[in-house]
Write a protein that binds this ligand. Structure first.
Ligand SMILES: C[S@@+](CC[C@H](N)C(=O)[O-])C[C@H]1O[C@@H](n2cnc3c(N)ncnc32)[C@H](O)[C@@H]1O
Length: 231
């Protein structure tokens, strides 16, 4: 039963570069490990989830595709279901950014033993980049994927060091301005839209927090517009 991945999962799949094994943390349906094995991108996968129902779904999907011998399912939280080095690539996709950093922090040895982390946070992406920078990882690629009107940020990291000096590198993606992804303009427009909503909700408010937020959002919008002009 061959399957096509969504643009978001397809973008994640493109960042495998000859590794043997992967773990999909929060696998849900199990689409990614099944496609990676089917396409012979990797030889061994671990489909992992904290919840029984999604893992059952993944198990059925794996079995229906006749891939029981290549994909192991594991029930439990985050990286705790893995041994250090067991998965060369660890994928954490479709979860919140804060949860992702908490799961990395809970199992630093396992995270640090992977060759590559492919992370696709649904929110709080700047927090994830900051966590990686301050916890022994370097971002080696950034990617964007679009599904209907939503743009997803994909962060590929490896053990190492890096230093981020511009706030936009946290916000838009590490070196996103230099690499000029084809979706960067749309990505910036979306960020401007979201910041304008924050401005609307804080405009004219008297609390110090609201005033500070309004000013920060205004400044951020100005910078984003400047970047857009140069693209
Ligand atoms: C929205 S789905 C994402 C599915 C898939 N990774 C994707 O990107 O399409 C999130 C999944 O993460 C699982 N999850 C939530 N917290 C988790 C944790 N602490 N450890 C492992 N899985 C978790 C949920 O049960 C759910 O199946």
């Amino acid at each position: 039963m061959s399957m096509e991945l969504s643009p978001r999962l397809m973008a994640i799949a493109t960042w495998f570069t000859g590794e043997e094994s992967m773990a999909d943390i929060g696998t849900d349906h199990g689409y990614l490990p099944v496609a990676l094995i089917e396409k012979k991108i990797i030889a061994k996968a671990f489909a992992c989830d904290i919840n029984k129902k999604p893992l059952e779904k993944a198990r059925k999907f794996i079995k229906d595709n006749g891939l029981n011998n290549c994909i192991e399912t594991r029930l439990g939280s985050g990286l705790s279901v893995l041994q250090p080095g067991e998965a060369e690539v660890i994928v954490m996709a479709g979860m919140g950014g804060i949860l992702i950093t908490e799961l990395l922090e809970a199992e630093v040895l396992i995270a640090g033993a992977a060759k590559k982390l492919i992370i696709q946070p649904m929110n709080n992406q700047p927090v994830v980049r900051r966590y990686l920078e301050t916890h022994g990882f370097k971002i080696i690629h950034e990617d964007l994927a679009q599904e209907s009107n939503r743009i997803y940020e994909i962060i590929v990291a490896a053990p190492g060091t890096m230093s981020i000096n511009d706030v936009l590198d946290y916000q838009l993606g590490y070196q996103a301005i230099q690499t000029r992804h084809p979706l960067l303009k749309a990505h910036i427009n979306r960020k401007i839209y979201l910041e304008e909503k924050i401005c609307d909700s804080t405009r004219g408010k008297t609390s110090l927090i609201a005033k500070k937020q309004f000013k920060e959002s205004k400044t951020y919008i100005l910078r984003l517009n400047e970047v857009k002009k140069c693209l």
